[in-house]
Design a protein around this ligand. Structure first.
Ligand SMILES: Cc1cc2nc3c(=O)[nH]c(=O)nc-3n(C[C@H](O)[C@H](O)[C@H](O)COP(=O)(O)OP(=O)(O)OC[C@H]3O[C@@H](n4cnc5c(N)ncnc54)[C@H](O)[C@@H]3O)c2cc1C
Length: 729
């Protein structure tokens, strides 16, 4: 954060620089021809910009954000058509367009802009630029016009992938300057009034629009005809206590529900994908821990060797592996939006259940038998990797090695699964030594689950995940890791600076670093928009069940998957204290897309699913009928489902030094630890993905990111369509 405490954020195109160069270019190139059609070049230029603004905004709000320049260029022939030209592509050529666009690189500063900046700086203001244009082109305007504008004070909608005037587009900067006096200055009333509505003070210059139309936009704090006058009036109006803007007030002191509403304004834009405040308490995180809201220092460091975003198992175990046995330990800063481990890791089922057989046929179809076998082996090895970690680091996290029992309740589903399993046995590609199959005859007695049609068992584990994370974190802090909780990353610069450093922006300041690791799970698209629809936030629900003392409740020694059919299944772990953690309840809400898919609201329960867990043990387990078992707590959590079912691991394409470890599709416990070990080797030693030992399908690639297809959504569509059809009939 700037130490000066007073800031003016300027819009650039149309405000600091005029459109005249484009209008002149239109005139030079097409003027005569246009006038022959009774079209004024300047009017055409104006409508072209206006139309481009509209399409840019429409694309942005429909989640198809495009660079303004690309939108503008694409509309050229359409504008000619709209102006009344019958054959636009005969009337003008691509060369004409290229000529005009070249002039777009050379927009001239409006009179008095340089003086305005200087006056403000002399009065202690920091000047910023926030543009809908692309950074390279728009920065060039300042350079070419001899106006100083440091790169770090420059923000583009391109990095947020949200076009102005969406309120969320202004908020990251407001948060970054939290508590200071922050002005927004523009020559577009729509821009100033939108910025003002989220907490900026508004300064408007009439130089472009002449008519402010205050009946539409309201009055601004400063309204002047020239830039030097505007600067003087900002200074005159500044420092007045009652006017001082606090973004904290505007953004953080809103009642909680309103704050979330502003932040989330659901699904209409990509930025609303960060963790929401005040998630419901989970059983695992109910008791406060000393590191919950820990910050290693009051100020955020300005530089780091590595910045890790996210304090779930993925972030913490990546840090662990980077620092383990490392005599040249890098300086790592770990940033967490909320409390430590307040995401999925602190809200899950605690089940480390490798997928040893169930999805093997599905993955064989998608990725081939060898890859499917590799994945199954990788997951199985995880159980022991977790055990080794717990023992090596003496982590107090209720770790228990166990067997998972997968129980099938639907006869047809049981039959199909048995058939597929027998095929796997015959094929001999996947190692099934640890998998035991029990037919219907013995399934209910072996599993203890009523109505079991068959069951499978294999080695698994259960634990208290957030205890594991906190235990590791304590050790990492001793090794020099810096932790900063309640520090959401708002954005990361779109390009590295001249020294190859990325800028990680938070409301508490920015950090320059050569390496960024995104361990952001379902929230990844919030700061890596290219992963929108690639890693989808998905809401799940779990519960904690207990029997009153003195009641008879058989102690369960296995963990469970209870499969009602091919889609609906619950997961369950028995805790050593006799209580149960069980999650799932898909039957209650999965048909209703908005209730869970693309949903980040872990600050509320899924009401229609909450009562699902009442009487659960009595319903399903032999001997529990008189247990008196009752639900003590229900909570929600946000997972990151990958559109092709595989996590995204490794170097992010075209972003050297940036890495991702995310998208575990609600199944991270048997995948994350070894993935984090591999990512750490990439970050620390530059090990290529191919030598990391990870299943090849995990590699994040440009192709996977750009893919339009989503096997995940395809598999769910019939479920959602059934609901729509039912509604229509
Ligand atoms: C209800 C539920 C039950 C589950 N049960 C199981 C189970 O039994 N077994 C299993 O294997 N898996 C289960 N899962 C999935 C499992 O919990 C996840 O796969 C795993 O925890 C993911 O870990 P992570 O570190 O990638 O993500 P998270 O634990 O979600 O951590 C990501 C962190 O990043 C932070 N963050 C995100 N964006 C930003 C930002 N911009 N700035 C700063 N910080 C940010 C978040 O606040 C969060 O703390 C379950 C999940 C849920 C929700």
């Amino acid at each position: 954060m700037s130490s000066q405490g007073k800031h003016v954020v300027f819009d650039v195109v149309g405000t600091c620089v005029s459109y005249d160069a484009i209008f002149d270019a239109l005139d030079t190139r097409l003027g005569e021809r246009l006038r022959a059609e009774c079209i004024k070049p300047k009017l055409l230029g104006y409508t072209w910009f206006e139309a481009a603004e509209r399409e840019y905004t429409y694309l942005s709000i429909s989640n198809r954000y495009m660079r303004f320049y690309d939108v503008f260029a694409s509309l050229f022939y359409r504008m000619l058509w709209m102006a009344g030209i019958e054959e636009p592509r005969k009337f003008a050529t691509d060369d004409d367009l290229a000529y005009i666009l070249e002039k777009f690189m050379d927009l001239k500063a409006r009179p008095g802009v340089a003086e305005c900046f200087q006056t403000l700086r002399d009065a202690g203001f920091t000047c910023w630029a926030f543009t809908a244009g692309d950074v390279k082109r728009v920065r060039g305007y300042f350079t070419k016009n001899g106006i100083d504008m440091p790169e770090e004070n420059f923000l583009s909608c391109d990095s947020l992938k949200i076009g102005k005037p969406a309120p969320e587009s202004y908020q990251p900067l407001l948060r970054q300057l939290d508590g200071d006096e922050v002005w927004f200055a523009a020559a577009h009333m729509w821009d100033v009034s939108a910025a003002k509505s989220v907490g900026f003070k508004g300064a408007y210059c009439t130089v472009w629009e002449k008519e402010p139309c205050t009946d539409l936009f309201g009055d601004m704090d400063v309204m002047e005809d020239t830039f030097p006058e505007m600067a003087k009036q900002i200074i005159a109006a500044s420092g007045n206590g009652k006017d001082k803007i606090s973004s904290k007030f505007k953004l953080y002191c809103l009642p909680n529900n309103l704050y979330n509403a502003v932040r989330n304004m659901t699904s209409s834009s990509q930025c609303n994908r960060g963790p929401v405040s005040d998630p419901v308490a989970s059983f695992w995180n109910a008791t406060p821990r000393k590191l919950d809201e820990y910050r290693s220092s009051q100020q955020l460091p300005s530089n780091a060797d590595v910045v890790i975003v996210g304090s779930g198992l993925a972030g913490i175990s990546t840090a662990y592996h980077i620092l383990q046995n490392n005599p040249e330990a890098p300086f790592i800063v770990l940033l967490e939006s909320r409390k430590v481990c307040s995401g999925a890791t602190g809200r899950n089922g605690g089940h480390v259940k490798p997928d040893t057989y169930f999805n093997v046929p599905k993955y064989t179809k998608l990725y081939g038998p060898k890859a499917a076998a590799e994945l199954a082996a990788f997951e199985s090895s995880h159980v022991f990797a977790m055990k080794d970690l717990v023992e090596r680091e003496s982590l107090d996290c209720d770790f228990h090695l166990t067997r998972a029992v997968d129980v099938y309740l639907d006869p047809e589903h049981a039959r199909q699964t048995e058939e597929a399993y027998q095929e796997l046995v015959k094929a001999g590609v996947v190692n099934l030594h640890d998998v035991a199959f029990t037919t219907k005859r013995d399934a209910e007695r072996i599993s203890g689950v009523k109505g079991a049609q068959c069951c499978f068992s294999f080695t698994a584990a259960h634990l208290w995940p957030s205890k594991m994370v906190h235990g590791l974190l304590e050790k990492l802090l001793q090794k020099g890791l810096q932790l900063h909780t309640n520090t959401p990353v708002a954005s990361v610069s779109t390009t590295p600076d001249s020294q190859g450093l990325w800028t990680v922006n938070t409301p508490r300041g920015s950090i320059k670093t050569p390496k960024v690791v995104y361990a952001t799970n379902g929230y990844t698209a919030g700061i890596l928009p290219e992963y929108t629809n690639v890693i989808v936030p998905v809401r799940g629900i779990a519960s904690h069940i207990e029997s009153p003392k003195g009641k008879s409740a058989p102690h369960l020694v296995n963990t469970y998957g209870i499969r009602f059919d091919s889609r609906n299944n619950d997961y369950l772990i028995p805790r050593a204290d006799g209580s149960i953690v069980v999650g799932g309840a898909r039957q209650r809400f999965w048909h209703n897309r908005d209730r869970w898919f693309g949903n980040i609201r872990d600050d509320e329960l899924v009401d229609e699913a909450t009562s699902y867990f009442d009487g659960y043990m009595q319903r399903h387990f032999r001997g529990w009928e008189d247990s008196g078992a009752e639900v003590k707590q229900v909570w929600t959590g946000i997972m990151g489902y990958s559109s092709d079912f595989m996590p995204h691991i490794g170097g992010i394409p075209e972003k050297p030094g940036q890495f991702i470890i995310a998208g575990f599709s609600g199944h991270g416990m048997p995948e994350i630890l070894l993935c984090s070990k591999a990512v750490a080797a990439m970050v620390r030693d530059g090990v290529p993905f191919e030598n990391s030992g990870l299943p090849s399908m995990f590699k994040t690639t440009a192709q996977r990111i750009a893919s339009e297809s989503s096997p995940l959504e395809e598999s769910l569509r019939p479920l959602w369509e059934t609901k729509i059809k039912a509604k229509l009939s």
